[in-house]
Design a protein around this ligand. Structure first.
Ligand code: SAM
Length: 231
């Protein structure tokens, strides 16, 4: 007969084994993304963030496949290769203040939290309230104290902490929202998918004189940005 204490020990042991398994799967996934991940810092950040803790429990086993996954409310956690591409385009450094539109699960914000470090901060805005709670819980469980999740229409940006060194939008806008351009620091970078049926990832650099330079970075598929400056 196993005592209550013994049972507890067994569960704890099982949890440790499971975490080890997830770590192995994560290593394998990141190795498979070599083509997309050029920066060592991005690779290390993605190795550190446990993606299985950012998806609903029934999907944990699928967390280390390179696909978007359902997180409820018609929304998804982006595919890992897309997270890698966007983080690399943003050229994130220690100490950066980042604005993300579209928190979803909080996973992308956690990866960026790793890249900006303790001296930086990620403000991430989500319009669906239950997802705000989902992202907050996931980030709390994984100890990302340098990420703040905000319930708002992010198509208007978030002026309270502006200007931002970096802005990333993880949903597709019909056109680049003017408030986001205004809230980007001179010298800053923004990455945003733009378009309806056919979407293009755009990288925007604001030079020190405030001039905007745009570059197309390839076709993508994202859920729509809904709101005042969205669809
Ligand atoms: N970055 C997320 C992650 O790591 O899980 C994935 C984001 S998901 C592809 C896009 C998110 O954008 C959805 O959660 C959706 O509700 C959100 N969204 C759409 N329009 C928005 C808006 N105006 N303001 C804030 N969030 C918005």
């Amino acid at each position: 007969m196993i005592s209550e204490e013994g049972r507890g020990e067994k569960t704890h042991k099982k949890e440790i084994e499971e975490e080890k398994e997830f770590e192995e799967l994560r290593k394998r996934l990141i190795k498979g993304l070599e083509f997309y991940i050029l920066e060592e810092r991005v690779r290390e950040a993605m190795l550190r963030v446990p993606r299985h803790k950012f998806v609903p429990e029934y999907e944990q086993r699928a967390a280390y496949t390179d696909t978007p996954l359902d997180i409820g409310y018609g929304q998804t956690i982006s595919a890992p290769h897309m997270v890698a591409i966007m983080c690399e385009l943003l050229e994130l450094s220690e100490g950066h203040k980042v604005l993300e539109i579209g928190s979803g699960s909080g996973y992308n914000a956690a990866v960026m939290g790793e890249l900006v470090g303790k001296s930086g901060h990620v403000y991430t805005v989500e319009r669906i309230e239950p997802l705000v709670h989902f992202a907050r819980e996931n980030l709390k469980e994984t100890c990302y104290n340098n990420v703040t999740v905000i319930l708002e229409d992010g198509s208007m940006g978030y002026s309270r902490y502006a200007p931002y060194d970096r802005i990333t939008v993880t949903c597709a806008a019909p056109r680049i929202p003017e408030p986001l351009l205004d809230q980007l620091k001179p010298g800053g970078i923004m990455v945003i998918p733009v378009g309806n049926y056919s979407q293009e990832l755009i990288r925007i650099k604001k030079d020190l004189d405030g001039n905007i330079h745009k570059k197309k970075k390839g076709g993508v598929v994202f859920v729509p940005l809904i709101g005042k400056y969205g669809f």
